[in-house]
Design a protein around this ligand. Structure first.
Ligand code: PMV
Length: 305
């Protein structure tokens, strides 16, 4: 193994279609210009994360062991250091970014570069350490960046969606971290109890995704905003929203957003909003201390690979 090796991956935003994507419907996602970098060095003792919020998390130790096995490295002695500006627990894909970056660092340490489909397959398996039924959309965004339509599968169907005009998006982060795993499992129980109702709701989500993808490609930002609002209403009906994100979305609309919705697992977390003047909207939402970023979707994230 090399003495030290690095890998990096991007955060992501799900524009439309989260949760329904777990049940085979399409979703629209994009890499964000937020980065997580993992560095692996040779040390002693059991594999571990050093000096980071993952140090005491047993799931993170499992992540190193399984990623090492996937690239043919002995996990013992591996020490992983992480630097990240991807916030955790708010729906912008921090666990997938961690999985992809660690996998890339370990592959580099083993002198390998994984092919795209193998990388996505292993990273999706690694993400399941953090939540039970990952669709694979988060690792795809972390690994590939750009803006794309995604349908789960082995390998998944990933089709680039190219914005004809810059697509600025305001992302506002809720104060309370939440668990994607809990939201996904809660929905699974409700789906088991009434599959027909949920399948119909997922079909309605899929229609908003297709409308949204067309809107992105046509540069019709008002139509994209409407797709955001319809998707948010469906997410509320499906039971994965929360008063905190609904209040944030309502504030965004009142401050001029053309559409606003939760992004990612939900039940807290982040809100994505489309607005004619994103900097002004970000300023208005940030007035009470809410953290915001303005991301130009489909641009910077091409660097992810
Ligand atoms: O909360 P995040 O960023 O991990 O997004 C999860 C997206 C879901 O559709 C809810 C789950 C999945 O694996 O697709």
């Amino acid at each position: 193994m090399k003495a030290s090796a690095r890998g990096r991956a991007a955060g992501k935003v799900i524009l439309l279609g989260e949760h329904a994507v777990v049940y085979g419907r399409p979703a629209l996602a994009a890499g964000l210009p937020l980065w997580l970098e993992a560095e692996v060095v040779a040390g002693e003792g059991p594999a571990r994360f050093e000096s980071d919020r993952h140090a005491d998390d047993p799931r993170a130790a499992r992540l190193i062991a399984e990623a090492a096995a996937a690239v043919g490295l002995e996990p013992r002695g591996l020490v992983v250091r992480v630097r990240s500006d991807v916030p955790a627990g708010v729906g912008v894909g921090s666990s997938a970014a961690l999985a992809v970056a660690v996998l890339r660092a370990l592959a580099a340490a083993a002198g390998r570069r994984l092919a795209r489909d193998e990388e996505l397959e292993v990273a999706t398996r690694l993400e399941s350490i953090f939540h039970g039924h990952p669709s694979g959309i988060d690792p795809a965004a972390a690994a590939l960046g750009g803006c794309f339509r995604f349908v789960r599968g082995t390998p998944p169907v990933v089709a680039p969606v190219r914005p004809v005009v810059p697509l600025p998006l305001v992302i506002a982060f809720g104060a309370r971290p939440r668990s994607t795993g809990a939201a996904v499992m809660g929905l699974r129980a409700r789906w088991e109890a009434d599959r027909a109702r949920h399948e119909a709701l997922f079909d309605a989500v899929a229609a908003t995704v297709e409308d949204g993808a067309r809107a992105v490609e046509a540069g019709d930002l008002a139509a994209l905003g409407r797709a955001f609002d319809r998707n948010q209403t469906l997410l509320e009906t499906i039971g994965v929203s929360a008063p905190e994100v609904e209040a944030l979305a309502a504030r965004a609309r009142a401050a001029g957003a053309l559409g606003a919705k939760l992004t990612g697992g939900g039940a807290g977390g982040a809100v994505g909003a489309r607005a004619p003047d994103p900097e002004r909207l970000a300023g208005a939402l940030g007035a009470d201390g809410t953290r915001t970023i303005v991301a130009h979707v489909g641009a910077a994230a091409e660097e992810a690979a």
